[in-house]
Design a protein around this ligand. Structure first.
Ligand SMILES: Cc1cc2nc3c(=O)[nH]c(=O)nc-3n(C[C@H](O)[C@H](O)[C@H](O)COP(=O)(O)O)c2cc1C
Length: 324
């Protein structure tokens, strides 16, 4: 099997610069990360705070970074892409997949997919106007799984860097099955490099997908990689280590993230909220992690949080998900 190209998926609220930097310090395996979406606005300078998650001074990773923009307004997208180019980003990604109802209702994210003319108008306007290469991230549709497929032949004539596909429809949010039949149809129709995104949660799932789609350009890992941060290393067969080594690495990862939030967030409750978001996933990393999650959920105190987590790590919990 050739060496896979792995992308860290954008997960709003989680895979921000704090997470990415800590990840890159302690784990291997990702080649690229696409950032959580930045809402487009008219940007007059590349110091605009909307771009703070991608400021070069806040990002120190060993993988490439692709900023993602959520937009249905070509002029805003263009000004933001240009500012990002000024910050060194040679590729930007357009979000055509966000399933949140309020966003879809405004014809943004997956909400643009039922309007192919609008998408083509937008792409034909922005592509010649931006200095960056354009990558797009899509779903199969907003309401049905034919919306994007019908667009694929039209996209073949455009110079896209890649198409990242999460084969669900917007209405599904993140539930239900991924539609691999529709995905296969897109693969057969598209001339572009395709990146697959959806439900890769173990080396075994990854292997199955590779055997079904051997010619894919790359693979994106989201929730499965948060629950098991060792997953990209396991897929690429990098590093090893005993269970204790792995637990120590995980604890260091936790501490890096916690310390970064403690430095940057102004109120204790903001810090505990951020850590709770992560523990929604990490609770599944460990055998019996839900008990800790429940206890953490009840506290707004940073000191109490730290005591709970220290006690838990001192009990040397088994990382059951990591073994899978
Ligand atoms: C809480 C959450 C936030 C997400 N935020 C984004 C986002 O900002 N931009 C985006 O393109 N996709 C976003 N996604 C979708 C993921 O990038 C990914 O495509 C999807 O979760 C399927 O992959 P997975 O099963 O490996 O997680 C988000 C998913 C979740 C669960």
């Amino acid at each position: 099997m050739k060496k896979p190209i792995l992308y860290m998926a954008p997960i709003q609220g989680i895979t921000n610069c704090v997470y990415r930097n800590a990840y890159s310090l302690l784990f291997d395996g990702y080649d690229f990360a696409v950032t959580p979406f930045i809402r487009s606005c008219a940007v007059t300078s590349n110091t605009c705070t909307a771009l703070q998650d991608v400021f070069p001074q806040s990002n120190d990773t060993r993988f490439g970074l692709i900023p993602q923009i959520l937009s249905n307004t070509p002029s805003d997208f263009i000004s933001m892409a240009k500012a990002l180019f000024g910050l060194g980003y040679k590729t930007v990604n357009l979000n055509l997949g966000c399933p949140i109802k309020q966003i879809r209702n405004k014809r943004r994210g997956a909400g643009m997919l039922p309007f192919p003319d609008e998408i083509m108008r937008m792409l034909n306007t922005i592509i010649p106007a931006i200095p960056n290469q354009l990558s797009i991230k899509v779903r199969l549709g907003s309401e049905n799984n034919r919306e994007f497929i019908d667009l694929v032949p039209l996209l073949n004539d455009l110079p896209l860097k890649e198409i990242i596909i999460h084969p669900r429809i917007g209405r599904q949010m993140y539930e239900g099955e991924v539609d691999l039949t529709a995905f296969a149809e897109i693969l057969s129709l598209s001339k572009h490099a395709i990146i697959y995104s959806g439900d890769i949660d173990s080396p075994a799932t990854f292997k199955l997908l590779v055997s079904r789609f051997p010619d894919i350009r790359g693979w994106m890992i989201g929730r499965g990689g948060i629950t098991n941060p060792f997953l990209p290393e396991q897929i690429k067969k990098l590093r090893g280590g005993t269970a204790q080594d792995k637990l120590n690495r995980f604890i260091n990862f936790h501490d890096e993230i916690f310390n970064a939030y403690q430095k940057t967030l102004s109120k204790p409750v903001f810090i505990t909220n951020k850590m709770k978001e992560l523990w929604k996933y990490w609770a599944k990393t460990f055998a019996g992690g839900d008990k800790l999650f429940k206890a953490i959920s009840r506290t707004r105190s940073v000191d109490k949080y730290l005591v709970l987590v220290k006690e838990y790590f001192d009990s040397k919990p088994e990382m059951s998900k990591v073994k899978a």
